[in-house]
Write a protein that binds this ligand. Structure first.
Ligand code: URA
Length: 189
């Protein structure tokens, strides 16, 4: 498939019937943010609020993400946010293998078009799909790998931080490191 522009890719994604998740969705949640972002966050899939609004991370976990970004002085409008699957899995279950496989080509094309330098996976579903299929978020979170010109890392999903607030301290350090990496890259350019 030749490389479509981001808007064209979204249009193709709207029409996607590669898995059955489209049947129950209210809205596609393609992704949002700066199309020239250096930093891109990747979540798991839309929840109820995201499905209703067609935007990623606008519910409870999105509000926590906003707070963390604000604390480390990263503007949400400067970053791009997308998910592994772009239609809400019913009842917020984890996306199934075939759903992730069906959807991930869209994410790969998004990344190819936006060309961020830093990819941050939020939670294990994204980390296992992007960094390593055996990624263990409780063990590996915060580590950095460099691959094909991208700096990759993963941190706890904000919903995990809401469930286990004791993890916030580590996540906070990781977001500070993300900010540092962003500054290093900006200074080098
Ligand atoms: N959780 C996710 O993984 N993605 C969203 O967009 C919202 C909640």
């Amino acid at each position: 498939m030749p490389m479509p522009a981001l808007e064209e890719l979204e249009r193709l994604c709207q029409q996607c019937r590669r898995c059955s998740l489209y049947k129950n969705r209210k809205n596609l949640v393609f992704g949002s943010g700066n199309k020239d972002a250096v930093l891109m966050f990747i979540g798991e899939g839309p929840g109820k609020d995201e499905d209703e609004r067609g935007l990623p991370f606008v519910g409870r976990s999105g509000r926590l993400l906003d707070k963390i970004l604000e604390a480390v002085e990263i503007k949400r409008e400067d970053v791009y946010i997308a998910n592994i699957v772009k239609c809400r899995p019913p009842g917020n279950r984890n996306p199934k293998e075939e759903e992730k496989e069906a959807c991930i080509p869209f994410l790969r094309k998004q990344v190819a078009l936006i060309r961020p330098r830093i990819l941050v996976c939020l939670g294990s579903v994204a980390a296992q799909a992007i960094i390593d299929k055996n990624y263990r978020i409780t063990v590996d979170h915060g580590k950095w790998v460099e691959r094909k010109g991208f700096f990759l890392t993963a941190t706890y999903h904000p919903s995990a931080l809401l469930r286990v607030p004791a993890r916030k301290k580590e996540a906070w350090e990781e977001f500070k490191n993300i900010k540092k990496k962003l500054e290093e890259i900006s200074q080098a350019n």
